[in-house]
Design a binder for this molecule. Structure first.
Ligand code: PRE
Length: 296
């Protein structure tokens, strides 16, 4: 998020936040297309495989090392920083070289960070699926050359390139999912009195029902499928689209839709609810009563 986002006249307008979520769909689809050109390379997600890393010293997977180095370099904001639209996947990061900029507070202070879940579903369910085509092509090439070891069939050796793109995909998904906090704050401010009793009783289910908008989800999934089909299109050298029967396309469109339906939307909702559950922390009953009648 840029400074101009928080300085906008109404940074919590739901329409505005949804337009950012819409834009992030493009970033996520394009980065997945980039990852899909490489084979699965399962080695890069396992700890202790690259002995070279132990000399650093670093204990973790190849991808975890990339995440850590990227976050150190980017000076990833720590939880609780004033502009929380980027959340670290790794811990123990040094302080950024340049002090964080001052931004007007928009979100209520909170500790919500679901990056561990994002990393887990991405490695477990997304990478193997979006790389199936590249891995199969590689495996048949290797077999034709007499290479049969199961371990190596899905390994094209592009560890650096694959992990670089993994970091991009993960950061884009993380940003998208944690935007749930802005959505939640926006919905809360529309009518604090509706939310307050359920926050006070810790009723996650009622809160989830309040923030869920089935028609918005439905439209999103239709839009996403159309976008993914369009971006996945292959073109001939003269720029003419190749017919679907001659090309499998750059990405498995069903996988993109499933990623949103099964993981990104549910996790965004989890962030929204977790954020709400912390929304009154540290407030006195008097302050809460005042908030219940507040008109933003
Ligand atoms: O747009 C909203 O209102 C959101 O809360 C975001 C979102 C989403 O993840 O896209 C999540 C929950 C709603 O049911 C609809 C959409």
């Amino acid at each position: 998020m840029q400074a101009n986002y928080t300085l906008a006249k109404d940074p919590l307008s739901l329409e505005r936040i949804r337009s950012i979520l819409n834009r992030l769909e493009d970033t996520i689809i394009f980065s997945l297309i980039e990852r899909a050109q490489f084979a699965h390379n399962p080695k890069i997600y396992e700890r202790g495989v690259f002995k070279e890393l132990e000399a650093l010293p670093f204990y973790g997977s190849w991808l975890e090392w990339f995440l850590k180095e990227t976050e150190i370099f980017h000076g990833a904001p720590r939880p609780g920083s004033p502009l929380p639209d980027e959340y670290p996947f790794t811990a123990g990061l040094p302080d950024p070289i340049i002090p964080p900029s001052e931004y007007p507070p928009i979100l209520y202070p909170n500790t919500v960070n679901v990056n561990a879940s994002i990393l887990s579903f991405y490695i477990r369910s997304i990478v193997p699926r979006i790389t199936t085509q590249a891995s199969l092509a590689l495996a048949s090439l290797k077999r034709s050359r007499g290479i049969n070891g199961d371990d190596e069939l899905e390994d094209d050796g592009n560890y650096g390139s694959a992990a670089t793109v993994d970091v991009e995909v993960l950061q884009a998904i993380s940003k998208r999912v944690h935007y749930g906090k802005f959505v939640s704050e926006s919905k809360f401010r529309q009518d604090p009195a509706v939310f307050i009793p359920h926050i006070q009783s810790g009723d996650s289910e009622r809160l989830a029902a309040l923030i869920t908008k089935p028609d918005v989800e439905h439209r999103l999934l239709i839009r996403l499928r159309k976008k993914a089909m369009l971006y996945a299109q292959d073109f001939a050298s003269d720029g003419e689209p190749l017919p679907n029967c001659t090309t499998k396309g750059k990405i498995d469109v069903d996988c993109v839709v499933d990623l949103y339906e099964s993981y990104i939307i549910p996790l965004t909702k989890e962030v929204e609810v977790e954020y709400l559950l912390q929304r009154l922390d540290g407030m006195s009953q008097e302050e809460i009563d005042k908030l219940a009648n507040q008109k933003y």
